[in-house]
Design a protein around this ligand. Structure first.
Ligand code: S3P
Length: 429
C-alpha cells in the first residue's frame, strides 16, 4: 500500500488536460468489441477500470492494439463473442461487471465474471432481475459476484428501473439491442445518458419519448472513430480544490459537458464558484468544452444537495463533502444512500476521514450534514482502497494545517493515475 503526503497549498493556478471520461471509455470499449470493423479511440481513459473492460473484450474475441500515438484500435467480433478461456476479470469496476453482463447475456456461452474484494461486496441483484426477465440465467452468490451467466436468446421486456442507475439501464439496453422484440425502459430519475449516445454513434436505433426509452432488438453495430472527452468527475477534484483559494485560477481543456453529468457545475455556482465554459463542441452526441473556474468575491457559501441531484452527481459527492468544512454555511447531502454501495461505503469513509481531520458533522443513513467555517488539521487518511476517497481527501488536505498522509493513495489509479502529478503541478506552496 502506498502513502502520499499532501502539504497545504497557498493557491492553485494553471491548466491541465484530463484523461478520457471513464463512463464513456467503458461504453466505447464494450460496444466496439461487439461491433463489426475496427474502432479507433483517442484519449481513452488511462484508469485501471476501463482497462478491465478492454481486457474482457479481448477475452471475448476482440483484437486490441495500443498505437504509439496513444490511440487504441479495437477490432470487434461482429456480433459473435467467443467462449472465454478464463473468467472475465472486472477488477474493481462495477461498470464493467454490470454493463458487460447485459452485453453478453444473449450469447450462447457460459461466462464467469469475477472482481476484486470491493467488487465482490457490491449489489448485483439489480442487473440479475431484468436480465432474468429477458430469459437469461444468471447465478450470483447471495446477490454478489462471482456471476455465472448461461447465455442464450433473450426476449424484449418493459422495465421500470427501481433505483437510479445508469449501469442497470445500460445492462438492459445492451441486452435489448440483441433481444427479440423492442425493449422499453423507464427511469425514475434521469441518469447519465452516455449509453444512449454511444449506441447511436455505433449505428443503433434508439427512441426516447418523454421518460421512456425503446430499443429494437436484433441490431448490429458498426465501428466508429472517436475521441473520448475529458472526465468531468476527475476534473471535479481540481474544480473543488480551486474553490478553496480566493485567487485560484484553473483552466481544464476538452472536458465532457454532457448535461446529464454537468449538474456539478450548477452546484459549484451555487457554492460561489465562477465558471466559464468556452469552445463547446459536439462529437457523437457528447458535448466537450473548456472550463475556467475561480471563486466569486464573497467566497464560498454553502448548499444542500438532495433528491434527483444527489443521483446525478453521486461520484462528486465525496469531494464536495471534503471541501464542505471550508465553506461559510456548510454542505448537506441527503438522498444519497447509493454512496454506501460504491467502491466502499463512501458515507462511512468520508465520516471517518472528516473526523480524523477534526471536522464536526452529522452522519445520516443517506448522507451527511457538514457545517461550514471549520479549520481542519492534517491527519492520517484511510482511502479504504477507494479512488474517489483518496483524491477527495487530498483536496481537503490543501487547506488544512499541517501535512496529511493519504494511505492507500494508489487507489487513485482506478480512474486517474495522473492525479497526484497534476495536483502537484497546479498547487503553489
Ligand atoms: C456509472 C454510473 C454510476 C457511477 C459510476 C459510473 C456509469 O453508477 O457511480 O461511477 O458509468 O454508468 P450507478 O449506475 O450504479 O449509479
Amino acid at each position: 500500500m502506498s502513502t502520499q503526503t499532501i502539504r497545504p497549498a497557498r493557491t492553485l493556478q494553471g491548466s491541465v488536460t484530463l484523461p478520457g471520461d471513464k463512463s464513456i471509455s467503458h461504453r466505447y470499449a464494450l460496444l466496439a468489441g461487439l461491433a463489426e470493423g475496427t474502432t479507433r479511440l483517442s484519449n481513452f481513459s488511462t484508469g485501471a477500470d476501463p482497462q478491465s473492460s478492454l481486457a474482457c473484450m479481448e477475452s471475448l474475441g476482440a483484437k486490441i492494439v495500443h498505437n504509439d500515438d496513444k490511440t487504441i484500435d479495437i477490432t470487434g467480433t461482429a456480433g459473435a463473442f467467443t467462449q472465454p478461456a478464463k473468467p472475465l476479470d472486472c477488477g474493481n469496476s462495477g461498470s464493467t461487471m454490470r454493463m458487460l453482463s447485459g452485453l453478453i447475456a444473449s450469447h450462447r456461452h457460459v461466462f464467469t465474471l469475477i472482481g476484486d474484494h470491493s467488487l465482490t461486496l457490491r449489489p448485483m441483484e439489480r442487473i440479475r432481475k431484468p436480465l432474468m426477465q429477458m430469459g437469461a440465467k444468471l447465478d450470483l452468490i447471495d446477490g454478489h459476484a462471482p456471476i455465472t451467466i448461461y447465455g442464450g436468446p433473450l426476449k424484449a421486456i418493459d422495465f421500470d428501473t427501481p433505483i437510479p442507475s445508469a449501469q442497470v439501464k445500460t445492462a438492459v439496453l445492451f441486452a435489448g439491442l440483441q433481444a427479440e422484440g423492442t425493449t422499453s425502459l423507464t427511469e425514475s430519475v434521469r441518469t447519465r445518458d452516455h449509453s444512449e449516445h454511444a449506441l447511436r454513434a455505433f449505428g443503433a436505433t434508439l427512441l426516447r419519448e418523454g421518460e421512456k426509452l425503446s430499443i429494437p432488438g436484433g441490431q448490429t453495430l458498426k465501428a466508429i472513430n472517436a475521441t473520448v472527452p475529458g472526465d468531468l468527475s476527475s476534473a471535479a477534484f481540481f474544480l473543488c480544490a480551486s474553490l478553496l483559494f480566493p485567487d485560484a485560477n484553473l483552466v481544464l481543456d476538452s472536458v465532457g459537458m454532457n448535461p446529464t453529468r454537468a449538474s456539478l457545475l450548477d452546484v459549484i455556482t451555487a457554492l460561489g464558484g465562477k465558471i466559464k465554459v468556452l469552445n463547446v463542441e459536439e462529437q457523437h452526441g457528447e458535448l466537450i468544452g473548456t472550463i475556467q473556474v475561480n471563486v466569486a468575491p464573497g467566497g464560498l457559501k454553502g448548499t444542500e444537495i438532495s433528491g434527483a441531484l444527489s443521483a446525478q452527481i453521486i461520484d462528486e459527492l465525496p469531494v464536495l463533502a471534503a471541501i464542505a468544512p471550508y465553506t461559510r454555511d456548510g454542505i448537506t447531502i441527503r438522498d444519497a444512500k447509493e454512496l454506501r454501495v460504491k467502491e466502499s461505503d463512501r458515507i462511512a469513509l468520508v465520516a471517518k476521514n472528516l473526523k480524523a481531520m477534526g471536522a464536526e458533522f452529522t452522519e445520516y443513513e443517506d448522507g451527511l450534514a457538514i457545517p461550514g467555517n471549520q479549520q481542519l488539521h492534517g491527519a492520517d487518511i484511510d482511502s479504504g482502497t477507494d479512488h474517489r476517497i483518496a483524491m477527495a481527501f487530498s483536496v481537503a488536505a490543501l487547506r488544512a494545517t499541517g501535512d496529511t498522509l493519504i494511505h492507500g493513495s494508489e487507489a487513485a489509479a482506478i480512474s486517474f493515475p495522473e492525479f497526484f502529478a497534476h495536483l502537484d503541478s497546479l498547487c503553489q506552496r
